[in-house]
Design a protein around this ligand. Structure first.
Ligand code: 5GP
Ligand code: MN
Length: 343
């Protein structure tokens, strides 16, 4: 049988899993549907194989993912620091899912980089910068969940995946492609969805759990952002939304409430690049999205200490919110030719 992965990688992956006894699974900070879906799917498979594993998130994850099986047993480093440090002392194997740099573990960075056991990376961000015993990095695959499923399938381990794990995988595939609206043109993606349907997933229920469970405050925040805060600059084919801490508090911001908000300016005809600026306690969180060949990740690396994918990237700024917005507007002047020529 022809395999996507090199046979020695598959052998290595199988051997690590076979030998592992105490396993930690960690996603990036502010984990999204792909990060959480991959972690919980892997945890489920390992448990169905009789292995002990723990999912540890660097910080809280959105409520719209908390219906996924295993959510209630997730450790949160911000909340459960002592327990997590103890787990790191005892574990022999660490899976790093959906990130390419230990910096993305935020406060867990030291724990991740000092871990002495087997470290495995499974990720789809370009240019991995982590030291791991096994690196499965494929930026051409649209989600870590899809990549994880491919590895499990080729190692013959999907027989340990039930409907719950299949739904976790589907969640990540769906959320990282904007419900299959971008980065979702590979036939392989739909072949996997076919497999997940055979495994019994309720696709419509997953969609509804993720996208139709907004709080009223979340909708009002979106309304406020679109009516009062969205700035469209057709002369640069760009747009942005900025939200202060005061505004976020006014709408009782919860993790996940701004998920997807960054995309709205990109839905305006002609716009190819956009940003969302969120004022947090100690920094401005920057999210960037682009269409076509404008490289949001390069822009983020260069100007906002970040990275990501070509069309979806993020970073941060230590300036004030107003200064950050000004900086962005000034940068648009510098990038005007690229923006106007983007296709
Ligand atoms: P989001 O805007 O949804 O937070 O992130 C979009 C993409 O950019 C994701 O692939 C995420 O991994 C990446 N990203 C977000 N924030 C950062 C950051 O601070 N540093 C890096 N290197 N990547 C980021
Ligand atoms: Mn992802």
């Amino acid at each position: 049988m022809k395999t996507f992965f090199k046979r020695n990688k598959l052998k290595h992956f199988s051997a690590i899993i076979h030998n592992a006894e105490s396993i930690l699974i960690v996603p990036h900070v502010n984990p999204d549907g792909d990060a959480i879906g991959a972690c919980l799917a892997l945890k489920g498979v390992l448990e169905n194989m009789g292995k002990t594993s723990y999912v540890i998130v660097p910080n809280e994850f959105p409520e719209f993912l908390q219906w996924l099986k295993g959510s209630d047993s997730v450790f949160d480093y911000e909340r459960d620091q002592i327990e997590v440090e103890n787990l790191f002392k005892k574990a022999d194997t660490l899976f790093c899912l959906d990130f390419n740099d230990f910096d993305r573990g935020e406060d867990m960075k030291e724990l991740l980089s000092n871990f002495q056991g087997e470290r495995i990376l499974i990720d789809h961000h370009p240019n991995p910068e982590v030291t791991c015993n096994l690196v499965i990095s494929h930026p051409e695959i649209s989600s870590t969940c899809e990549l994880l499923f491919m590895v499990l399938e080729e190692c013959g381990l999907t027989k340990f995946a039930s409907k719950d794990e299949a739904e976790a995988i589907f969640t990540g595939m769906m959320t990282d492609t904007g419900n299959f609206s971008y980065n979702a043109s590979s036939p392989g993606t739909y072949q996997i969805i076919g497999r997940l349907l055979e495994m019994g997933i309720d696709k419509d229920k997953v969609h509804s759990n993720v996208y139709h469970t907004f709080s009223e405050d979340r909708w009002r925040l979106i309304g406020h952002s679109l009516k009062e805060k969205m700035v469209i600059m057709p002369e640069y084919r760009s747009g942005y939304i900025s939200l202060s801490k005061k505004e976020l508090d006014e709408f009782k911001f919860q993790p996940g409430d701004t998920e997807g908000l960054v995309n709205y300016p990109l839905m305006v005809k002609g716009i190819v690049f956009c940003a969302l600026f969120l004022e947090k306690d100690d920094e401005i969180k920057v999210s960037l999205r682009s269409k076509g060949n404008f490289q949001a990740n390069k822009f983020s690396e260069k100007h906002f200490k970040g990275g990501g994918h070509m069309n979806a990237a993020g970073g941060s700024s230590e300036l004030t919110l107003d200064e950050t917005v000004k900086k962005f507007e000034m940068l648009l002047i510098e990038y005007k030719t690229d923006l106007l020529n983007s296709f």
